[in-house]
Design a protein around this ligand. Sequence first.
Ligand code: ATP
Length: 386
Amino acid sequence: MAVFKPDNVEDLYEMGEVLGSGHFGQVRKVRERSTGTLWAGKFLKIRKSQCSLLGLERSNVEREVMILEAVQHPNIVTLKDVFESRAEVVLILELVCGGELFDFIAEKENLLESEAIEFLKQILEALRFMHGKNVVHFDLKPENIMLSDKSSPQPIIKLIDFGLARRICQGEEFRSTSGTPQYIAPEVINCEPLNASADMCTMCTTINLTSVQSGLDDLNHNQSYNRSIGVITYILLSGLSPFQDETDEETLANILAMKFEFNDRYFSTTSSMAKDFIQKLLVKDPSERMTAEDSLHHPWIKPLTRSQKVKRNRSSINMKSFKKFNARRKWKMSYNMVRMCNRLVRLRLLCKSSDHDPVQRDCESDIEDTESKPASLLRRRLSSSS
Ligand code: ATP
């Protein structure tokens, strides 16, 4: 595994603007002093004491590093170096300059299915590669699908944020528990083992499983769905969320039953092949779901006949609805960011007014900050959108 270098990162890299933030730190543009090359520095706060809920356990960062090293692919962000100090670990990553795919698409006047497919294909290629190495992302959502350079005629997809990714070897079982981020996929709710198919199908969310089972009380404030390929494609084509319903209970019931429809009002310009593609991904039984490999061979992605090719060029995405969806998504991200800032300010005030020793103060702050919610749940809430 990569060595966590003890050097002071600022001796080697000049700090630049903030590119984004997650619950455990910031991502900043950094310039390598020796070469002038630009990179992205992901600064992750490390948990200081056992009782603290703030910060990441070092082992989680080690896992993210190990996975990034294992999945070197043109459509996956590259890890260059790792630095470690007492309070944080800094990952030096390839700088991804083109912004989020959804924002790029939302700026367009129209988009043919065949053009959208060029992006989907790259995401699928990355997933096929990762899944072939038994790595599952578990956090596919619009914020984590970026473009290397949006001004290029053929922008390249880069998947980022492997903080929740897991290596699941054959015969090994991975089930989410209350200590780790929770996903509302049918197999999660039913406590079945998770595997690569979770990246392909369901709308995974950050909702705490316990609260889901005990009455869905978290759905109201926590509609931060991670969109896996089936859901991402559905949204991309229609600007609608496939399982969204009037009430939270109905939404959850739809996810569990995999109940969704192609409303003509939103899917009037969608090809039947695209619908078939989604139908083969939004499947309850993981073993019946298309894999990344299968998806790449679906005729919508890889047409076999001329008429299939023509259909994709005649169909387009519902741009009006998609733009609305994306504007709502961005608004929710900003709202979450403001909430996170308010929380941090409250936390600082609390720390200042406390006379306790630093370790104890951490614990108290944690309790205040999390309002009795698991850190993992908070983490995903703050960083996501619906
Ligand atoms: P979260 O809490 O959402 O999981 P995180 O702490 O794991 O966040 P990332 O999701 O990896 O952090 O990054 C946060 C944001 O920083 C991203 O949404 C993106 O806007 C930006 N970002 C991350 N990596 C890069 C990169 N390599 N190049 C450019 N921007 C990046």
